[in-house]
Write a protein that binds this ligand. Structure first.
Ligand code: ATP
Ligand code: TYD
Length: 236
């Protein structure tokens, strides 16, 4: 593919214009990064795995009433999506304490968080992705009070749908990060839902099936990702 129409090259995906107004092409690359890009590698097949899992969950969530940007897959690693005006927030839902929340607050790793909590970061490399609260989100004009409520309700619903899906496969959905954007007046789920953006723990073995395998250098990243792909394939 030529690079004409490249709109944005992120850490793991490249976004291109298409010849259809309002549609973008998102290519899931094989790059994997952690610690804000300090650790970087390329793992052949990783892009395809994340694209497949993302596409599966976008369709699953759409069927369950969540508007998403997903239109169709163009090939194994390329997704055609509706162009959104992205809301610069990383919305994180947590069911079990892991990662940054354990470093910042007196949770113990693995502690259940019931009811689940939602935390938000301002997505800005320039500002170092700081955490942000509801008042700041409204004051900065990212969302109205009603929009904020809508994002919160959608996130809790997505959490329930994903958690129930994984529980049936013997996996705990520990946490995940999602991004939203606007298509006209509609707030839609954008970006991705993949092993890069979720924490998944095997209920029997405690094994991680997500990017923590890479972050912590604790095994074969691709085979962990592959296990999630296999669960999706068994469901289809
Ligand atoms: P991070 O890895 O922290 O998510 P990044 O910007 O490096 O950041 P990538 O996933 O590599 O992330 O790049 C994809 C970019 O495309 C992100 O900036 C994301 O917000 C944006 N994006 C995702 N879906 C859409 C969409 N439907 N319309 C417009 N932009 C989108
Ligand atoms: P978090 O514990 O806040 O950060 P870290 O992964 O640095 O410990 O992450 C919570 C979840 O959100 C986890 O599943 C990873 C995901 N996430 C992203 O996908 N991108 C991000 O930029 C952040 C901060 C988290």
């Amino acid at each position: 593919m030529d690079d004409d129409g490249l709109v944005y090259e992120g850490k793991a995906k490249s976004v291109f214009r298409t010849n259809v107004a309002g549609e973008l092409r998102v290519v899931f690359r094989d790059d994997i990064t952690a610690f804000n890009g300090v650790k970087k590698d390329t793992l052949a097949g990783k892009g395809e795995y994340n694209a497949r899992v993302s596409a599966f969950f976008f369709e699953y969530l759409e069927k369950n009433g969540i508007p998403t940007h997903f239109i169709r897959m163009e090939d194994e690693r390329t997704m055609i999506v509706r162009e959104l005006t992205m809301i610069p927030l990383e919305v994180i839902a947590r069911n079990v304490a892991a990662g940054s929340i354990v470093k910042k607050f007196p949770f113990t790793e693995g502690q259940r968080i019931e009811p689940p909590v939602i935390v938000t970061d301002y997505k800005s490399d320039e500002h170092g992705d700081p955490s942000i609260n509801d008042d700041l989100i409204v004051a900065l004009g990212f969302l109205s009070a009603d929009g904020l409520q809508e994002v919160r309700e959608m996130t809790l619903k997505i959490n329930t749908l994903l958690k129930d899906f994984f529980a049936k496969a013997g996996i705990d959905l520990v946490d995940f990060k999602i991004e939203f954007g606007r298509s006209g007046d509609t707030i839609c789920l954008g970006d991705e839902i993949s092993m890069d953006s979720m924490r998944l723990w095997d209920q029997k073995t405690g094994e991680s099936l997500d990017k923590d395998v890479y972050r912590q250098g604790k095994g074969d990243v691709l085979s962990a990702y592959r296990k999630v792909v296999d669960i999706i394939l068994q469901t289809n």
